[in-house]
Design a protein around this ligand. Structure first.
Ligand code: PLP
Length: 421
């Protein structure tokens, strides 16, 4: 197996053989050669229907010809300028038009930078230090939020090397727990700079906010003059044209974006009310900068992508999501298995637990050995999903209804295998 050989070689030069922890799984990850539409190919000649899709960005599938064409055209004109371009205004306008809370935008290179900068901004705006995040939520790999963070690992540890001085200002709360928040705000509401959340938790599987929860957060933060930050790095441009804030009808003060925004290239952004955004340098004093901010290749790919994401696109995506989720539910019903089928629009996951999953603690009751057997059997059947129970599967519009039916057959066999039936 060439992938196995490459992995052994990779481990000599790259810690753990990979460049991001979730990519490593036992016994070794497959090494990709190329991809197109819903498919990804590996060095051993295998082809997989891909529901990982690079962990979120590829909502049009791999190598969309329109996006690739726009990027090739831009590449022939240069790849980085260090001065502004007209396309940055166009993409900013697009974001402002789509995202209800967005009045101004700062483009950065990753989702991590977006949330780090949004938190800095919220702290400067409020003159307070504390931020509230939810258990299992992932907001990138920086120090402020790397506390019981989701994404990939099974244990979701806090990281060595993050000073307590930094995280003592990060307060953890279970998702969907209004009472816990009321208690914290009663005790120290006037110290809370912001609540940051994934409106749909996508880094511990897929957990939706309960009815009224986002509205509750909006009211609570408004009353306490704290900022409400929606981390829409996954949900932005995925749940609807205007992301989760449009889908659920709740407007945060700030939104962070990434993944889909760059159309398959590195990109992130923060956006929000003018009053806050104008505090960012150089119009204000809150420092934020980046060599590749607003990179013309990423901006071009983002613009080309946005043009394809219209209402028709989202209804197609939603239909495909319903097809796979209801297909999985039927399989489980057939086998009298009471596991949880989670997800909405183009997000889905099976939790191997009988408990309803409303927060991280519920998600942790899932049988990860079963999930692992399910994952490996799916690979054998030619279907690639993220290798962890605590990630979310994604659909693209490149997945045809037939692809989904093929996938459902593979899922049926793989569940049987996971159950040893
Ligand atoms: C992926 C992700 C991030 C980090 O984005 P990067 O581009 O990987 O730095 C932040 N927040 C959420 C919700 C994410 O899913």
């Amino acid at each position: 197996m060439r992938s196995e050989k490459l992995f052994n070689e990779a481990k000599k030069y790259l810690p753990g053989g990979v460049d991001s922890p979730v990519r490593s799984y036992k016994p070794y990850p497959f090494f990709a050669t190329e991809s197109e539409g819903p498919r990804i190919h590996d060095v051993d000649g295998n082809t997989y229907l891909d529901y990982c899709l690079a962990y979120g960005p590829l909502v049009l599938g791999h190598a969309n010809p329109v996006v690739m064409g726009a990027v090739l055209n831009q590449m022939s004109k240069g790849t980085a300028y260090g001065v502004p371009t007209e396309k940055e205004i166009e993409l900013a306008r697009e974001v402002v038009d789509r995202m209800p809370c967005a009045e101004m935008v700062r483009f950065v290179s990753t989702g991590t930078e977006a949330t780090m900068s949004a938190i800095r901004l919220a702290r400067a705006w409020s003159g307070r230090k504390k931020i509230i995040k939810f258990e299992g939520a992932y907001h990138g790999a920086h120090d402020y939020t790397l506390v019981k963070s989701g994404s990939g690992a099974v244990g979701l540890p806090d990281s060595p090397g993050v000073p307590e001085d930094t995280t003592k200002n990060t307060i953890l709360v279970p998702f969907n727990d209004e009472e816990a928040l009321v208690t914290i705000f009663d005790q120290m509401g006037d110290e809370v700079a912001a609540i940051i959340l994934e409106p749909v938790m996508g880094n511990v599987g897929c957990i939706e906010p309960q009815d009224g929860f986002l509205r509750f957060l909006r009211d609570l933060t408004t009353q306490n003059s704290s900022a409400l930050i929606f981390d829409e790095v996954i949900t932005g441009f995925r749940l609807s044209r205007g992301g989760a804030q449009e889908y659920y009808g709740v407007k945060p003060d700030l939104v962070t974006m990434g993944k889909i925004l760059g159309g398959g290239f590195p990109m992130g952004a923060l956006a929000g009310k003018k009053e806050l955004m104008e505090m960012i340098a150089p119009s204000g004093g809150v420092y934020q900068a980046g060599t590749f901010n607003g990179n013309p290749i990423s901006v071009t790919a983002g613009l080309a992508t946005m043009e394809l994401l219209d209402d028709q696109f989202y209804s197609d995506l939603n239909n495909k999501g319903n097809q796979i989720r209801s297909g999985i539910q039927d399989i489980l019903d057939d086998k009298s298995l009471n596991y949880q089928v989670a997800g909405l629009v183009s997000m889905f996951q099976i939790y191997f637990t009988e408990r309803e999953v409303r927060d991280y603690a519920d998600a942790k009751t899932a049988d990860i050995d079963k999930f692992s057997r399910y994952f490996h059997q799916l690979l054998k059947e030619g279907v690639f999903i993220p290798p962890s129970q605590f990630e979310c599967c994604f659909l693209s519009t490149a997945h045809s209804s037939e692809d989904i039916n093929t996938t459902l057959e593979a899922i049926e066999k793989s569940i049987a295998r996971a159950e040893n039936i």
